[in-house]
Design a protein around this ligand. Structure first.
Ligand code: IYR
Length: 226
């Protein structure tokens, strides 16, 4: 008999608490109503937030499913004021170039309703700035490379869970995508297999925080039943 090529997968029983249809509906409605209240604001308070909350948001993000269960994410949680300021300075340099020359007219027009610009006060105001790095490949103990699969999808799902966790704990976050982001690898001293994907300041909203007057698509606009 030829030996198996791979070790047999190991399975354990699924821990599953069956709910009644009524319980499911109530849970679904409650969660939806909570998430429906989520807004992205650019105006953060400087009030501090306990590290334990950031830890829980990252733990929650880390529950995301991922390609081949490779969990290709690293969350860098920055609280050091000097480092946040350096991130802000670098992001503002990149964004100034974007808003004043690099961005095509069509892009600027798409962003106009959101009122975004090159000023990134959230990067220094928010008590925490969490940067999600996507591991584009893995590194074995001997330094050789290991292919990682569906890293964009996996990190996207993890980011969604992070955002939901932050919202449910009564804090706000903003998914900021400075472009290009290479400066983050340098400032945060990340290895070359990691690429910065999202910058997420986390904190309380400023007392006078505002949000754009925009609406979500209707259900009919986002569902097709077959
Ligand atoms: N990276 C820029 C521009 C920007 C792009 C998109 I698409 C947004 O939804 C928002 C901003 C910035 O962060 O300002």
């Amino acid at each position: 008999m030829t030996p198996d090529r791979y070790p047999a997968p190991r399975f354990v029983p699924l821990a599953f608490a069956r709910r009644t249809p009524e319980q499911s509906l109530l849970a679904a409605q409650t969660f939806y109503e909570q998430m429906e209240q989520r807004r992205t604001t650019r105006h953060f308070s400087t009030e501090s937030v306990p590290r334990a909350l950031i830890e829980l948001a990252i733990r929650t993000a880390g529950t995301a499913p991922s390609g081949a269960h490779q969990q290709p994410w690293t969350f860098v949680a920055v609280a050091a004021p000097e480092l946040k300021q350096r991130m802000r300075d670098a992001a503002e340099r990149e964004e100034h170039a974007f808003y004043h020359g690099k961005a095509p007219e069509e892009w600027l027009s798409a962003l106009a309703p959101l009122g975004t610009d090159e000023h990134k006060t959230h990067l220094s105001d928010a008590p925490w700035v969490v940067v999600l790095f996507r591991q584009t490949y893995g590194v074995n103990a001997d330094g050789s490379k290991r292919t990682f699969y569906y890293t964009q999808e996996s990190c996207g799902i993890a980011a969604g869970l992070f955002i939901a966790a932050v919202h449910c704990m009564g804090l706000v976050t903003l998914t900021h995508t400075p472009s290009p982001m290479a400066f983050l690898s340098e400032l945060l001293e990340r290895p070359v297999n990691e690429k910065a994907m999202l910058v997420m300041p986390v904190g309380y909203p400023a007392a006078d925080a505002r949000v754009p007057d925009i609406a979500r698509k209707s259900l009919d606009d986002i569902i097709v039943w077959k």
